[in-house]
Design a protein around this ligand. Structure first.
Ligand code: SF4
Length: 375
């Protein structure tokens, strides 16, 4: 963990300064600053990764977020809910490949209640020795609301049943102005932060994510970074921050835009007009800028992940000189980003070679960033 007292004499970037950096900074100067900070926090020149599998237990989801290509309605021919046996088989394969974690998350399924999740966690833990990194804040809130329990009560029960840590999914941009447009039915920023705070207070570690490159402005990105930094000041429970860019393929947002290109702007509704401010897909330069700024702004979060799943291996390699010190997961399986048509497939060996070629020592880690093996 970063020792908060060691930062006392270090100048902390203000919101105003963050905004100025984002808008005006020269890319390479920004990269150099973030690389210097990465070196200070990780002087041992190691870049870590984890062997795990994303298990999306269901794609049925009532939220229908406009940026998401993964969800299906119940009854859709492509809708699914994995059986427990399918799920156990995937976990067994993960362990056989040296995996130490499963990232289990899915849509908000209208027919699954708290007992389903509790039984599932119990059954996994009774069969396998593996870290369960599961259920992002929208799922936790949905389970809580359906059971008429508080977030804390729900998390306590899930933790007792075997949930170890929580992924930062569902954050998108922690600005309700943006959420209202891209995912109007999803929990608002305050609830996302509340789930994370309660989890940290119960001793669970979590990650934080940010999806940018839709309709947000620079101010929204700063608001997001500031909300995450403020919570980390209070709880110190985030292990890592993972920014990634909106992947438009097969989403409602991208379909809207293709319709707009055939319409007069005057005929658009207010809602549709707001979508015209979409600035996707984010370019490589925008990704690197956001990544570097995240490294600088989040002075109390130790690890910043490069996202090869959305950016590809080559840009993720460059990201290691723009503040990232972790390569995320080998992703034995990935379904959510793949639904947008973006599908980078890499092996553990590819990741190791990519890290080595960038001048770093690759190391496999666990969920809590403890090193398991050097390569
Ligand atoms: S992003 Fe998550 S909550 Fe939103 S529609 Fe997709 S699966 Fe559902």
């Amino acid at each position: 963990m970063i020792n908060n007292t060691s930062k006392k004499h270090t100048h902390r970037i203000t919101k105003k300064e963050g905004l100025k950096i984002f808008k005006d900074a020269d890319l390479l100067e920004l990269g150099q600053r973030s690389d210097d900070m990465r070196k200070k926090l990780h002087p041992e020149n190691i870049v870590t990764f984890i062997i795990d599998r994303n298990i999306n237990y269901t794609n049925i989801c009532i939220n229908r977020c406009r940026f998401c290509a993964f969800w299906k309605d119940e009854g859709d021919p492509e809708a699914y809910l994995l059986s427990k046996n399918e799920l156990f088989k995937k976990i067994e394969e993960t362990i056989n490949l040296g995996g130490t974690q499963i990232l289990i998350q899915g849509g908000l399924h209208p027919n699954l209640d708290l007992s389903y999740y509790i039984n599932l966690l119990h059954e996994i833990k009774s069969r396998f020795d593996i870290n369960i990194h599961g259920f992002s804040p929208p799922e936790i809130c949905y389970i809580a609301d359906r059971s008429h329990l508080t977030i804390r009560e729900t998390l306590t029960l899930l933790k007792e049943a075997g949930l170890d840590s929580i992924p930062g999914g569902g954050a998108e941009i922690l600005s309700d102005r943006v959420r209202e447009v891209i995912s109007p039915k999803k929990i608002k920023s305050g609830r996302w932060l509340k789930v994370m705070e309660e989890a940290h207070r119960l001793g669970m570690r979590t990650t934080a994510t940010m999806m940018f490159g839709s309709i947000e402005k620079a101010e929204d990105i700063i608001e997001h970074l500031d909300a995450v930094r403020s919570l980390q000041d209070k709880t110190n429970g985030f292990t890592a921050f993972i920014p990634w860019s909106f992947q438009p393929g097969n989403t409602e947002l991208s379909r809207k835009l293709s319709v707009f290109s055939h319409q007069s702007k005057k005929r658009l509704s207010t809602f549709d007009s707001r979508l015209l401010t979409i600035n996707y897909p984010a370019t490589a330069v925008e990704y690197l800028k956001v990544l570097a700024l995240s490294r600088l702004y989040l002075d109390n979060i130790e690890n910043i992940q490069a996202s090869w799943v959305t950016q590809g291996l080559k840009l993720a390699q460059v990201a290691l000189r723009f503040g990232a010190n972790d390569f995320g997961s080998t992703m034995i399986e990935e379904n959510v980003v793949a639904s947008t048509g973006v599908s980078y497939r890499v092996s553990k060996e590819d990741i190791i070679k990519t890290i080595k070629d960038a001048g770093f020592i690759p190391a496999q880690r666990d969920t809590y960033y403890t090193i398991i093996k050097y390569f």
